[in-house]
Design a protein around this ligand. Structure first.
Ligand code: CAA
Length: 256
């Protein structure tokens, strides 16, 4: 059987490509576990500086695997403790870029929202169809979507399951940038390579402060930012960045 999660290294970038074409990349438990394990391993590997999550050229993901949970009742769903599979993705210290072609539905859209940047092909579509199955988005969708686009637009789509075209998603703030159709993965890789060339400690601190700060009151968030800013002043990469600027050469960052 083909690997359901393809892993490719592109220099310092790890590309993770969902590969269940027969089920439109529906996220079954083995695929979710493989994704969580790959992201955990990447977080332990200092040579990986950015991650791209892609569904390939046709579809990002058609959601959670409906057939897998068709017969489940509440205790069985609770016993799966799905939040433990999502946690390594949410906690990953490396930047993660989602490359969305085609549809990102339900758990697929939630996977994209676990990432830090979402690039989407101009003909891609997002939707949260869980309501049509009598459930709700259970991997952060009811919380991350309104935080990304505001309550009133989030309600409009969470309560109907209607599709959100990529252009509207970009306008709403759910998509960072649109790409030509078929170019999302290549564009995400290029962007990830660019981020991978930045000083790793600064990248890590920016991600941490943005994410943690969003959950704090502004004064506490600003303290987080100030402390991170001050700490970065004692890194070698800060010195390298400043020296390279003054000496008019390219900096070589080492994550120190
Ligand atoms: N889970 C399991 N299998 C799925 C699936 C899913 N989410 N989405 C598609 N598939 C399977 C289909 O069953 C079909 O398999 P068979 O050939 O064995 O029947 C195959 O993928 C192709 O699908 P379609 O024939 O339906 O393809 P289509 O082009 O006609 O339609 C689609 C594509 C519009 C995406 C349609 O498949 C669809 O609506 N899928 C379900 C979308 C959905 O409701 N997602 C939310 C799931 S719930 C969730 O995400 C929350 C959570 O994590 C618990």
């Amino acid at each position: 059987m083909a690997e359901e999660l393809i892993q490719e290294r592109h220099d310092a970038v790890l590309l993770l490509r969902l590969n269940r074409p027969e089920a439109l990349n529906a996220l079954n438990i083995p695929l979710r576990r493989a994704l969580a394990a790959a992201i955990s391993a990447a977080a332990d590997d200092p040579d990986v500086r950015a991650i791209v999550v892609s569904g390939g050229s046709k579809i990002f993901a058609a959601g959670g695997d409906i057939k897998e949970f068709a017969d489940h009742d509440a205790p069985q769903i609770m016993a799966l403790e799905l939040q433990r599979i999502w946690a390594p993705i949410a906690a990953c210290p490396r930047p993660i870029i989602a490359a969305v072609e085609g549809l990102a539905l339900g758990g697929g859209a939630e996977l994209a929202m676990h990432c830090d940047i979402i690039l989407a092909a101009e003909d891609a579509q997002f939707a949260f169809p869980e309501v049509r199955l009598g459930i709700l988005p259970g991997a952060g969708g009811t919380q991350r979507l309104p935080r990304a686009v505001g309550k009133f637009r989030a309600m409009r789509y969470l309560l109907t399951g209607d599709r959100i075209p990529a252009s509207l998603a970009a306008e709403m703030g759910l998509v960072s940038e649109l790409t030509p159709s078929g170019q999302a993965e290549a564009a995400a890789l290029a962007l990830a390579q660019k981020i991978a060339r930045m000083p790793p400690l600064a990248v890590r601190q920016i991600k941490e402060v943005v994410l943690q700060g969003a959950d704090c009151a502004l004064p506490a968030a600003l303290v987080l930012e100030r402390n991170a800013h001050n700490i970065l002043f004692s890194t070698e990469d800060r010195k390298e960045g400043v020296d390279a600027f003054i000496e008019k050469r390219k900096p070589l960052y080492r994550g120190l």
